[in-house]
Ligand binder design. Structure first.
Ligand code: ATP
Ligand code: MG
Length: 332
């Protein structure tokens, strides 16, 4: 194994590699298998675990190793200095969500290169945040947007184009143009959900997707895997699904929102009798976790409860014709 730090410059030969069939070891048949499994760009291969190429593209392990190595050499994913990491963070963009309270809670808006999870009971505003964000992502950066399109993966069939239209119109945007900028996929089971994300890399690159949403991430997994004996398999598949989302976010510098439900926590004798679904796997995969709850007078309270650098604080927002907006706490 080589431990030397890589020079960030590419050789001319490496720069010429733009298509997966330019990679050494990838002939037309292998290219076809890779593309069919969603590995349609050098970046997608470089960041994939070898095991995934073996399982999803039916490649021999030695072939998969060679191809992944070639892809990683092309885009230099091995060792970097903290300075290079810091440089990459400078590319990080922030999306304003329509409520400056929420933006402040998130350290200045929803960030790219990360997964932000909104958890809460029904009606707490998770899908409303997703729909508002789908509109705002399309705004130029100087208006708090990300100047890109949105990929919306809907597992529950609750995405409402008429609501997007209403929010866009109320906020003074062209509703039809906004709807054109949302690429929608209704997924009917966890296999379908995984497949959609497996194939998202290419769509995200080609369509300039800047926000990817999975609303909600756990519903199919929870519905399909019932009972203790299937839990390990569920968590393993969920883990690989979430890692794929994280890789897309990091490699393509886009934001990811996932929503999640709460479930009963029978172990809680004190405090909140509910907890987010998905257990440790989801807890580790989400960069920032935000809990939503309803307060009186239609006010919603958002609270960061797990994040590598955001403090645990609360924000008040409300759901209106314009989507998500600031709210004042009672008595303030
Ligand atoms: N046009 C609107 N104007 C004002 N409030 C609205 C409007 N549309 C929806 N709402 C509010 O949004 C709430 C629904 O929020 P949302 O669909 O985001 O919930 P959720 O957290 O996604 O719930 P679930 O877990 O069921 O998916 C409604 O209860 C209503 O209070
Ligand atoms: Mg919802």
């Amino acid at each position: 194994m080589e431990f030397a730090l890589k020079d960030s410059r590419l050789t001319e030969e490496q720069e010429a590699i733009t298509d997966i069939s330019d990679l050494s070891g990838v002939g037309p048949i292998t290219a076809g298998k890779l593309k069919a499994a969603g590995f349609d760009s050098v970046e997608a291969i470089a960041v994939a675990p070898v095991r995934e190429l073996v399982e999803k593209a039916s490649l021999e392990s030695s072939v998969a190793h060679k191809i992944v190595k070639a892809a990683r050499e092309t885009i230099h994913t091995d060792f970097v200095t903290a300075k290079q990491l810091w440089e990459k963070r400078k590319d990080l963009k922030r999306l304003n969500l329509g409520s400056s309270n929420l933006d402040t809670l998130l350290g200045g808006g929803l960030e790219t290169q990360a997964i932000t999870e909104f958890v809460g009971e029904f009606g707490t505003g998770k899908s409303q945040i997703c729909m508002t964000a789908s509109i705002r992502t399309q705004l130029p950066e100087e208006k708090g947007g990300l100047n890109g399109k949105v990929l919306f993966i809907d597992t529950e069939g609750t995405f409402a184009p008429q609501r997007v239209y209403q929010i866009a119109q109320a906020a003074g945007h062209d509703p039809e143009k906004i709807l054109e900028g949302i690429i929608y996929s209704r997924v009917y089971n966890s296999d379908h959900q995984i497949l959609s994300v497996d194939h998202a890399f290419k769509v995200c690159q080609e369509e300039n997707i800047k926000l990817m949403i999975v609303d909600s991430v756990m519903s199919h997994f929870r519905g399909e895997y019932i009972g203790r004996e299937s839990l390990a398999e569920r968590q393993q598949r969920l883990n690989s699904h979430l890692h794929k989302l994280a890789r897309i976010a990091q490699t393509l510098n886009l934001a990811v929102i996932i929503t999640n439900q709460v479930q009963a926590n029978p172990q809680a004798f004190f405090g909140d009798p509910t907890r987010p679904a998905g257990g440790n796997i989801l807890a580790h995969a989400s960069t920032h976790r935000v809990m939503l709850r309803k307060a009186s007078g239609g006010i919603r309270v958002a609270k960061v409860f797990d994040s590598p650098y955001l403090p645990e604080s609360e924000a008040y927002f409300q759901i209106t014709e314009k989507g998500v907006e600031d709210a004042q706490a009672k008595g303030k």
